[in-house]
Ligand binder design. Structure first.
Ligand code: KG4
Ligand code: ZN
Length: 354
């Protein structure tokens, strides 16, 4: 029999389920944001030969992996299913078939265990990844998500209600890394491969464009940069292509990576100027695993005496702990969802007017 007090946040246990893209993940997190377990089954090898995530293959793989992953997450936390207080699930945004698998499993568990079901926005969950197993941060903070599907800046008065300040108008930053990786004949996912190659290159070899969408705007655009890299790698249409030797490939990777960092840095500086009240910076998403990106974020935060919460590498990429972490915060705020919770392919973020 459980001896846990419902008033003690360390006693509150939330199971988080993540199936939005190509990782099947589950984790148990307590009411203080302490990670009791985190299990991730990646599908990268299944999608590698296609150079990108194939939705049908992803859904099928989630169906195969999810229940064993859930079982391992609960076992590794040293608890029983009956000890769980809530089931959190990333129900948007993402691949709809993939989201259906996680959402359906979450509903079944919540129903069987007679505990609350909590739908969590995957992108908002990336923002709390840096608060797991970490000291609290002062709010309002700024939030930055740099992932395969998103490049977004938020004002975060509270992690459960971030306000969107800017986002990409075309490609996400991680998507640009993946596409540049394909141009340079690197594997998938491309971000870590581009980073490895960039380490041997000259970031000043190519002067790639950093899109500026207006002096006060906090939106991003990476498609012009991607096209510039394509022409530098493969040549302008109708012209003789350049020789893409090791040196050129490394210089392209380094110059591209540097241009993406300049784009993020510029918008981050603008956001800090527009919101002098912020004291913290929450960062998440796969691209925040990049060491050059992390270095820039550390430098920018230190210069402004901003408290940076940069997740460890395992919580930068998709994981269940961030879902459980945000779920625990919604639960503490008295929020939960009905069993009619529906997955959605897109995010529904509050956009600041004006
Ligand atoms: O957050 P995530 O796991 O999934 C989404 O929600 O999209 O991010 C995956 C993205 C991919 O585009 C991947 O290439 C990129 O993050 N990524 C990186 C690095 N590690 C992963 N990009 C640059 N450098 C890295 N080290
Ligand atoms: Zn993600």
């Amino acid at each position: 029999m459980s001896t846990r007090s419902p008033d003690d946040p360390t006693a509150v246990l939330v199971l988080g389920i993540e199936t939005s893209c190509d990782e099947t993940a589950a984790a148990v997190v307590d009411g203080h944001g302490r990670v009791r377990s985190s299990v991730v089954a990646t599908q990268h090898e299944l999608h590698a030969e296609y150079g990108g995530v194939v939705p049908e293959i992803a859904s099928r793989a989630h169906l195969e992996h999810l229940l064993p992953v859930l079982r391992r997450a609960v076992d590794q936390a040293g608890v029983a299913m009956s000890d769980l207080d809530a089931i959190a699930v990333g129900h948007r945004p993402g691949l709809i078939g993939a989201l259906l698998v996680g959402t359906s499993a979450a509903k079944g568990l919540a129903l069987a265990l007679e505990i609350p079901l909590i739908g969590v926005d995957h992108v908002h969950a990336h923002l709390v990844a840096g608060l797991l197993d970490a000291p609290p941060v002062a709010f309002p903070s700024l939030g930055l998500v740099v992932s395969g599907g998103h490049s977004s800046l938020y004002l975060v008065p509270d992690p459960i209600s971030p306000i969107l300040l800017g986002r990409t108008i075309d490609d996400a930053i991680g998507e640009a890394f993946d596409k540049v990786a394909a141009m340079l004949d690197l594997g998938h996912p491309g971000g870590p491969e581009v980073e490895r190659l960039a380490a041997n290159g000259d970031a000043d070899a190519f002067d790639f464009p950093v899109a500026n969408l207006g002096k006060d705007r906090l939106d991003f655009s990476f498609s012009g940069l991607k096209t510039a890299v394509l022409y530098a790698a493969k040549g302008q249409p109708g012209r003789t292509p350049p020789i893409l030797d090791e040196r050129r490939r490394a210089d392209l990777a380094a110059s591209f990576q540097s241009a993406t960092i300049k784009a993020v840095r510029r918008n981050l500086r603008r956001a800090f100027e527009q919101h002098p009240e912020v004291r913290g910076l929450l960062v998440g998403g796969g691209v925040s695993a990049n060491q050059a990106v992390r270095h820039m974020l550390e430098t920018e935060s230190a210069a402004r005496k901003i408290e940076l919460r940069l997740p460890p590498l395992e919580f930068c990429v998709d994981n269940g702990a961030m879902i459980a972490g945000l779920g625990a915060r919604r639960l503490a705020a008295g929020e939960s969802d009905g069993l009619d919770l529906a997955p959605a392919a897109t995010s529904r973020s509050a956009v600041q007017p004006g």
